[in-house]
Design a protein around this ligand. Sequence first.
Ligand code: PLP
Length: 357
Amino acid sequence: MIPIANPELGEQEADRVSSVMESGMLADGDEVRAFEREFADYCGVERGVATSNGTTALHAALEALEIGAGDCVLTTPFSFVATANAIRHAGATPVFADIDPTTYNLAPAVARETATRTDVDAILVVHLYGLPAEMDALADLAADLEVPLIEDCAQAHGATYRGDRVGSLGDAACFSFYPTKNMTTGEGGIVLTDRHEVADRAERYVDHGRTDDGTHATLGHNFRMTNLAAAIGRAQLERLPRFVDRRRENAARLSDGLGGTELSLPAEPEYARHVYHQYTVRVPDRHAVRDHLADHDIGAGVYYATPIHEEPAYDDVAHDAPVAERAAAEVLSLPVHPNVSPDEIDRIAEVIADYAA
Ligand SMILES: Cc1ncc(COP(=O)(O)O)c(C=O)c1O
């Protein structure tokens, strides 16, 4: 079986985890501090605050930006549900704006139009599948509205927008290091920001509001990362450039192989360097194609079959997003992770071409 995801872990990770185990300092500590610095440096950002996962990173970032009860956060309906859940966990309300049909990311014109109808206190943009959103237009909108711009980079480690790494493009950014992501810490996440007061508040929030003098001045959570997770992350970060190159090579080869078919292939606009967390095509009879791939031992995934506003937990949020709804009915993601070989990519393309013929 060629799985849709398969994290690559090796001796580097094992060695670093062993050192942490020998030190006996398993929870928050020096390894986490080193990972925060190294990941923030990689993205070209001043500060990093590591968290227990990507959802808690989003929650902590919103709290640190003082977004909460009574606030509305403009975001995409076409993402993992965690994006909107974090807004609600912070006490705010998500306001969905429809996506662009080729990039699957927030459509800036729709976002601007949505903001004329509803008060917006922050914008939370997702770089879906590893493709950066149209950040210039969204940053202009955030500046016009005088609200913070937050990036959900859970799927986009190493992607660039006009040459700058995602994570460095707004007031704060959040990553996930779940095992299916482009790099992992097991479970884990991080908040990045150049704004020191925001980083300070995030640091306190993830540690029960604890201040340097050991008092607890504000409410917080235990959203801390462990040294064990950070040890894996430091080794993975060293390998991230190769992981990204392998995904991009696999994606390019798959696009060549699928060129003659009727499928809509992923776009890579001139402003973006896509990192292909998912290689997602559109195909009207996706269930049949998925079954056909499974018959040939090829895994495929659907991200996401239900746009967030149509999830039962969001019944109280009235919204229409026809472009996201249509995408949800047609998208299918194919394996391009670093462990898929060129021969396997060719086989995936052949199996799909056979089906289409
Ligand atoms: C776009 C997006 N946002 C947020 C998350 C939440 O991350 P985590 O699963 O680490 O909580 C994920 C990952 O699952 C994601 O894909």
